[in-house]
Design a protein around this ligand. Structure first.
Ligand SMILES: NC(=O)c1ccc[n+]([C@@H]2O[C@H](COP(=O)([O-])OP(=O)(O)OC[C@H]3O[C@@H](n4cnc5c(N)ncnc54)[C@H](O)[C@@H]3O)[C@@H](O)[C@H]2O)c1
Length: 571
C-alpha cells in the first residue's frame, strides 16, 4: 500500500503513528481509564465487554466453508461455544473438524474442542432443523450472500440472536427486512465487518478525531481531501498441478485453469453427493454452490466482497458519514468464455476489476446545530472529500489498504496489520523552531523521525497494534466476544423486562458496533456502486435509502436498475 516506502521509512512511519497516539493521551484517556492501566489497552476494555463468569453463549454455525473455518479458528470459546453446525458439502464438513495446517487460521473444531469434537458438535444438513434446537441461543452465519437474509430472518424468528457475515444482504430491501425482523423479534443482529473490532482501526479513528479537535499548528493529518483505498491481487497464474493432499476433482464440470480463489475446484466427493439434487438446496448447479461469488444471483461482486470492508473503514475515518455520490468503471476485462484460453471461466458474471470514485461530505458540507452536530442542510457544497477505490485481479502491487491524505500528513493502513503516519514536511519551518505536533524529517537507520510536542511528557508507552512485533488481531475474536457479551446482557435485560436496556444492547450505544443500520450503509455503498458501473452513470445517494424504517426507499427500486438474471432465492 505504501508505495516506494523503504523498510526504514515504514518503521519510522509506525513509530510516528504510535507517538502521535501517545501524545494525544489526554484525548484518549477515556479508554485508557477503562483499561485501568497506564500501559496496554486490552480489546475487552476498549470495546466494552468482559469475560463472562457463567457459561459461554451456545451457538450454531451455519455455513462451514472458508470463512466459517476462519471464524471457528478465531472464536473465543470462553464467550461463544459452538455446539452445532450446518453445511451440505462433504469436503467442508470434514475440513471444519480437521482444520488446515498453520499458518492457516482454520484450526478446526478438533484443535479447539478435542479429537472427539465430532461426537459433541451436532451436524444438521437442513439449517432449519438446527434452528429448532432449543439449546442454541445464537447463530453465526457464513453462507453465500444470497442466503444471508432468508437464513438470518428464519433464525431470528426461531428466537436466535444472529451474527451474520458481510455483506449484510443481496439487496437493500432484504437489509431493511432484517432490521425490521430484529426489532419485531427483539433479537441482537450484527454483521461481520470485522474492522469495527480492530484496535488498529480504532486507534486510527481516535487519532483522526483528536486531530480534528486540535489547533491547526498541532495537527498531524490536517484537512483530509482524499482517501485512496485499494485491494489488488494477481489471480492470473496457471492453476497448480494436482495436489495429492486434496480430494480428486469432479470430471463432469470445468475445473480451474488459473489460480482464482473465486473459481475454486469442484471435488468429486461433493459432486457425487450433491449434483443430482442440487436444486433442493436452491442452486441451479454445482458451480453456483461452489463458485457463488461469480454469479449475480448468488453474489455481489468485488464491491460486496472486498470494497464493502474498505468503504466501511473510509466512512469511519470521515466521521461516520454517508457518501453523497458514486461513479465508476468495472468489467470482465481479463476472464473470458473462450474455452481454449488460459483465462476460461465459463458463465462468470462478476467483474474482475472495478475503479470507483465517491464524493463524501467534508467537515463543513452540512450546517451544524446548536450542539455542533451536522444537520441535513447544506452549507458549503464544494466541501467534498474524494475517495477512490480500485480492486483488480491481475496485479498485486501494493496489495491492500487505505491511504488517508491530509494537508499535514498521510495515514496509511496496510493489510489490516500495519499502520503508519507520514507527517508532511512544513516548508515554513526553520531549523531550531520548536516542533509542533509531529514533524518528520527523513526517516533512516531505524531511528524515529518524529518528535511529539508537549503533551506526551514522560508517560508510559501505549501498545499500539500494528506498530510493534507480533501478530495483530484483525478483529474476528473481538467481534464474536462482544456479540456474545451483548447477547448475555440482552438476556439479562429481557429477564428483568427492562425494555430500555434491551434496546441499548441491540442497537444503542452498548450494542455490537456493526449492527443492522451501520451494516446496511455498507451494503448501500457497495451495491449502488455496482449499479453505477453497470449503468455507467453518476448516482447521488438518497438519504432515505439509509433510513431502515422507510422500507420502500431502496436504490435498486428507485434507480430502476435491471433485475439480475433471476429473483434472489428464498428458501
Ligand atoms: N469478514 C470477512 O473478511 C470475510 C472473508 C471471507 C468471506 N466472508 C463472507 O463469508 C461468507 C461465506 O464465504 P466463504 O468464503 O466461506 O464461502 P464458501 O463457499 O467457502 O462457504 C460457504 C459454505 O456454505 C455452505 N452452504 C451453502 N448453502 C448452504 C445451505 N443451504 N445450507 C447449509 N450450508 C450451505 C457451503 O457448502 C459452504 O461450505 C460470505 O458471505 C462472504 O462474503 C467474509
Amino acid at each position: 500500500m505504501a508505495l516506494y516506502v523503504t523498510p526504514e521509512q515504514k518503521e519510522a512511519g509506525q513509530k510516528d503513528f504510535a507517538d502521535a497516539v501517545v501524545s494525544r493521551r489526554g484525548f484518549l484517556k477515556g479508554f485508557l481509564a477503562a483499561a485501568g492501566a497506564v500501559g496496554v489497552v486490552t480489546p475487552a476494555a476498549y470495546f466494552g465487554y468482559k469475560a463472562w463468569e457463567g457459561r459461554p453463549v451456545k451457538a450454531g454455525l451455519i455455513g462451514a466453508g472458508d470463512e466459517g473455518g476462519v471464524l471457528v479458528g478465531e472464536h473465543p470459546k470462553e464467550y461463544l461455544e459452538f455446539i452445532a453446525y450446518s453445511d451440505i458439502r462433504p469436503y467442508n464438513k470434514d475440513r471444519i473438524f480437521k482444520g488446515e495446517p498453520a499458518p492457516s487460521p482454520r484450526k478446526g473444531f478438533n484443535a479447539i474442542y478435542g479429537h472427539d469434537a465430532d461426537k459433541k458438535i451436532l451436524w444438521y444438513e437442513d439449517y432449519k432443523k438446527l434452528l429448532e434446537n432449543q439449546d442454541i441461543e445464537a447463530v453465526v452465519i457464513a453462507l453465500p450472500l444470497h442466503l444471508h437474509a432468508p437464513v438470518a430472518i428464519d433464525a431470528m424468528k426461531a428466537g436466535k440472536h444472529v451474527l451474520c457475515e458481510k455483506l449484510m444482504a443481496w439487496n437493500i430491501s432484504q437489509c431493511k427486512k432484517m432490521i425490521q425482523v430484529a426489532q419485531d423479534t427483539n433479537r441482537v443482529l450484527t454483521i461481520g465487518h470485522q474492522r469495527h473490532y480492530s484496535l488498529l482501526y480504532a486507534h486510527a479513528d481516535e487519532l483522526l478525531r483528536a486531530d480534528r479537535e486540535a489547533k491547526d499548528e498541532d495537527r498531524v493529518i490536517g484537512d483530509i481531501r482524499h482517501i485512496r483505498a485499494l485491494w489488488h491481487r494477481n489471480n492470473s497464474w496457471p492453476a497448480p498441478d494436482a495436489d495429492p493432499t486434496k480430494p480428486a476433482l469432479a470430471a463432469d464440470v470445468p475445473q480451474p485453469k488459473i489460480r482464482d480463489g473465486w473459481y475454486p475446484p469442484i471435488y468429486e466427493m461433493d459432486f457425487e453427493k450433491l449434483a443430482r439434487d442440487i436444486k433442493k438446496y436452491g442452486y441451479k448447479n454445482m458451480q453456483e454452490l461452489v463458485r457463488w461469488r461469480l454469479y449475480d444471483r448468488t453474489g455481489g461482486g468485488l464491491m460486496a466482497e472486498l470494497g464493502s470492508h474498505q468503504l466501511d473503514a473510509c466512512s469511519i475515518f470521515l466521521r461516520s458519514v454517508h457518501p453523497l455520490a458514486v461513479q465508476g468503471v468495472g468489467g470482465k476485462f481479463y476472464y473470458n468464455d473462450d474455452e481454449q484460453g488460459g483465462r476460461y471461466e465459463p458463465g462468470r458474471q462478476a467483474d474482475d476489476a472495478v475503479f470507483v470514485t465517491f464524493e463524501f461530505p467534508g467537515p463543513d458540507y452540512y450546517k451544524k446545530d446548536a450542539d455542533g452536530k451536522p444537520t441535513s442542510e447544506v452549507k458549503h457544497k464544494e466541501d467534498i472529500v474524494v475517495v477512490t477505490y480500485s480492486s483488480v485481479n491481475t496485479n498485486s502491487f501494493e496489495k491492500y489498504g487505505e491511504c488517508v491524505m491530509g494537508s499535514h500528513g498521510t495515514l496509511v493502513v496496510e493489510e489490516e496489520k500495519d499502520i503508519m503516519l507520514f507527517p508532511a514536511k512544513n516548508p515554513n519551518k526553520k531549523a531550531g523552531d520548536k516542533p509542533t505536533g509531529s514533524s518528520v524529517a527523513t526517516a533512516g537507520g531505524g531511528k524515529a523521525a518524529v518528535e511529539s510536542s508537549g503533551t506526551s511528557g514522560a508517560q508510559a508507552p501505549v501498545a499500539v497494534p500494528g506498530t510493534s512485533a507480533g501478530p495483530v488481531s484483525r478483529g474476528y475474536t473481538e467481534e464474536m466476544a462482544h456479540f456474545a457479551h451483548c447477547v448475555r446482557m440482552h438476556q439479562r435485560a429481557e429477564k428483568a423486562n427492562d425494555k430500555e436496556a434491551m434496546q441499548r444492547w441491540r442497537v444503542g450505544d452498548d450494542a455490537p458496533r456493526c449492527h443492522g443500520k451501520v451494516a446496511m450503509a455498507d451494503a448501500i455503498i457497495a451495491l449502488t456502486s455496482n449499479i453505477a458501473m453497470k449503468e455507467q452513470r453518476r448516482i447521488v445517494f438518497d438519504p432515505k435509502w439509509f433510513d431502515p424504517t422507510l422500507i420502500d426507499a431502496v436504490p435498486d427500486k428507485d434507480l430502476k436498475a435491471k433485475d439480475a438474471e433471476d429473483k434472489v432465492i428464498s428458501l
